[in-house]
Ligand binder design. Structure first.
Ligand code: ADP
Ligand code: MG
Length: 649
């Protein structure tokens, strides 16, 4: 189908879209039939069901089992701890515990993903309300799209709930009560009901409130107001029809309200929101209290949050909130995910971003957010550890404790936004210069310019950040060197795997005090001490440590074998290879590179290579582009850089 045909179909579908409408009597049939399974749910439960419905996976978080919610996958990166806290809040509130009467408050440094999180929930609820499982119905004509079940008289509610298994709480607002009494003569069974779709633009179930000028901003933005023109029409200012239930707290009924920078606002706004959460009531001036079912999420930056926590007069508010810290992401891999997400859909995709470019920027960003360790773990090692890499002398399980010791980590440093701005600047510059690629060199240079020119950074920060740029560059040098070395092999992976197999045969025999057998002839052969030594030497395994190391590797092999036995599906079985053990991987790679060191160094750093050298270089460029994703032009430039800086002559 062409895009034009698709547009035709879409417009026809849109005009045909007919929402369910019927009387309350007919609606009760829907409830009885359970065609829409979740009709009685309150706002927190709705949010929980939406997230749970997207699916979950068990995953490993530094050695601990963690439930990963697919809803946030590919959207929020690396703030697992905050997501877990938010989910603990939502799932507890979904069960209508006391938690549902506390307001969710997210705080953290600028651009840590707080707005993004709230937006995901808002957009998610809009889409969810269009599904059968997430269907929402409301009393037609109710300005705050109230739950139809509120029409059920209080004295029959318990029995109804018990029989149908749906929860009912709250009372009709004065306006709807007026409609029921006067327009429908109390005949609640005949009140019209309709299906609604939550929608921020139509102001249905999704609200946003942003403080503006604190002095002049009126509370009516939250709680609605009297419409004076209607007093004329209805003749009485106590007539519920004259009140506009259009404040955000009413708009958000049955859904979410985002309370942006809530602590910047005057206290009365905060109080109204807290009452709406805790009592589930909103006081409409000159009218009674109105029941609302709002899931309010406030977010704020650290400065306001700290003041708020210090302020005596707010003490009583503290335990009416559920406070979640949202720091910057601290893992390099996830930081790259953030940049990729932000670059997707921009013109940046027209340019080739060489592999490891975003990683170099991400390393800088994470370094700027880390706190120094008291022990001997340096910042670079810490960065790697947080990224799930192997660091000698540390176990991944320790990460959780290290993070606990640094509660302020991730609350300062460079934001993803700052970095992405500098990446964008590097891209524009390359375009201006007529280049169709950028490398880490462009980005690190651009970061450096950004740091130097940014007035908001203190002199100390500037010099620290410049150092981190330098550190990131050194790390990137290593990674680039590795890529280039690999590209010197026609079949690097195969060779590495073969060497690993060979090594495993040798250490298995050595540890069992046996002689290895030739894999082809089956005959006993001598132990190849040199082969083992070539690998172990590369990673600093001493003579006295080699037995331990070899046993550790054999245990890892055994673990994979045992894991495979548990897998019913043969496709889930994996073969142990050198990539599954960080140290072994390093040893194998380095041993292979060592063998060809001479050729690599000569080819890369010869100024005027002979025809054979030229051919070898071209092969390397071709493999960098075929196997590693560099564009030929980027590979060429990086080889030039490498020849000058990375391979000693
Ligand atoms: N951990 C993260 N995961 C995904 N995106 C993030 C993350 N942190 C920041 N971002 C992105 O950076 C930008 C700024 O984040 P935003 O949500 O506006 O920050 P905040 O509201 O905390 O100031 C957004 O485009 C957001 O998508
Ligand atoms: Mg924000």
């Amino acid at each position: 189908m062409s895009i034009f045909d698709k547009l035709e179909t879409a417009t026809q579908d849109a005009t045909k879209e007919k929402r369910w409408e019927g009387t309350f009597r007919e609606y009760l049939e829907l409830v009885r039939e359970k065609k829409y399974p979740n009709l009685g749910v309150l706002s927190h439960q709705r949010a929980y069901q939406m997230i749970a419905n997207a699916g979950t996976k068990k995953s490993d978080y530094f050695g601990q089992e963690r439930t990963r919610y697919d809803f946030f996958e590919d959207k929020l990166f690396g703030i697992e701890y905050s997501i877990d806290e938010i989910m603990a809040y939502i799932s507890s509130a979904a069960q209508r515990t006391e938690t549902s009467r506390r307001m969710l408050l997210l705080w953290g440094p600028p651009s840590s993903g707080k707005s993004d999180m709230v937006n995901l929930l808002k957009r998610g609820l809009e889409a969810w309300s269009r599904t059968d499982a997430g269907a929402v119905f409301a009393i037609k004509g109710s300005k705050m799209h109230e739950n139809p079940l509120l029409l059920i008289p209080h004295h029959l509610r318990d029995e109804f709930s018990e029989e149908l298994g749906v929860h009912i709480e709250g009372s009709l607002c004065p306006h709807t009560q007026w409609l029921l009494d006067h327009k429908y003569n109390g005949d609640f069974m005949s009140v019209p009901i309709q299906r609604i779709y939550l929608s921020e633009i139509y102001r249905i179930g999704v609200g946003t409130w942003l403080p503006s000028d604190t002095k002049s901003q009126d509370i009516s933005e939250l709680v609605g107001s009297i419409d004076y023109a209607k007093i004329q029409e209805f003749g009485d200012e106590a007539d519920p029809r004259v009140y506009n239930f259009d404040g955000e707290l009413f708009v958000a009924n049955r859904g979410v309200m985002e309370f942006i920078e809530g602590l910047k606002a005057d206290e009365k706004f905060l109080r109204a929101c807290l009452t709406a959460t805790q009592e589930k009531l909103v006081k409409a001036p000159r009218f009674g209290q109105v029941y609302v079912d709002d899931f309010i999420i406030m977010h704020t930056n650290e400065e306001e949050f700290t003041d708020f926590m210090k302020e005596k007069k707010y003490e009583a508010y503290h335990d009416r909130m559920y406070i979640v810290k949202v720091p910057y992401n601290m893992s390099v891999g996830n930081e790259v995910g953030i940049y990729e997400k932000l670059l997707r859909g921009t013109d940046a995709v027209q340019i080739h971003i060489a592999p490891l470019t975003l990683k170099a920027a991400a390393m800088f960003a994470v370094l700027s957010r880390l706190e120094d360790e008291d022990g001997d773990l340096n910042l670079i090692q810490k960065m790697k550890l947080y990224d799930g890499q192997h660091v000698k002398g540390y176990k991944k399980e320790q990460v959780i404790d290290i993070k606990k010791r640094h509660p302020r980590e991730g609350l300062s440093g460079c934001s993803p936004r700052f970095v992405i701005d500098q990446i964008s600047a590097a891209i524009s510059k390359a375009k201006e210069e007529g280049r169709d690629f950028i490398t880490a060199l462009d980005v690190l240079r651009s970061l450096n310019t950004g740091v130097v020119n940014r007035d908001a950074f203190s002199a100390e920060q500037k010099s620290a950040y410049e150092q981190f740029i330098d550190d990131a560059r050194k790390e990137w040098n290593d990674l680039l060197r590795n890529d280039i070395q690999k590209a010197f092999f026609l079949e690097f992976e195969q060779e590495a795997k073969a060497l690993c197999e060979n090594y495993l045969d040798q250490i298995e025999a050595a540890c069992a005090n046996k002689k290895p057998r030739d894999p082809v002839t089956g005959e006993e052969t001598e132990l190849d001490e040199k082969l083992m030594d070539d690998i172990e030497r590369q990673i600093g395994i001493s003579d006295s440590g080699k037995v331990d190391f070899r046993n550790e590797i054999l245990r890892a092999v055994g673990e994979v074998a045992r894991r495979n036995e548990r897998m019913e599906n043969p496709e889930d079985r994996i073969k142990f290879d050198y990539t599954q053990h960080a140290q072994l991987r390093e040893g194998i790679q380095k041993a292979l590179f060592e063998e060809r060191k001479g050729v690599i160094r000569m080819t890369v750093s010869t100024r005027n290579p002979d025809p054979e050298g030229v051919k070898r270089l071209n092969d390397v460029i071709k493999r960098m582009s075929d196997q590693q994703g560099y564009s030929p032009a980027a590979a060429n430039e990086l080889l030039k850089y490498a020849s000058a800086h990375l391979f000693d002559k």
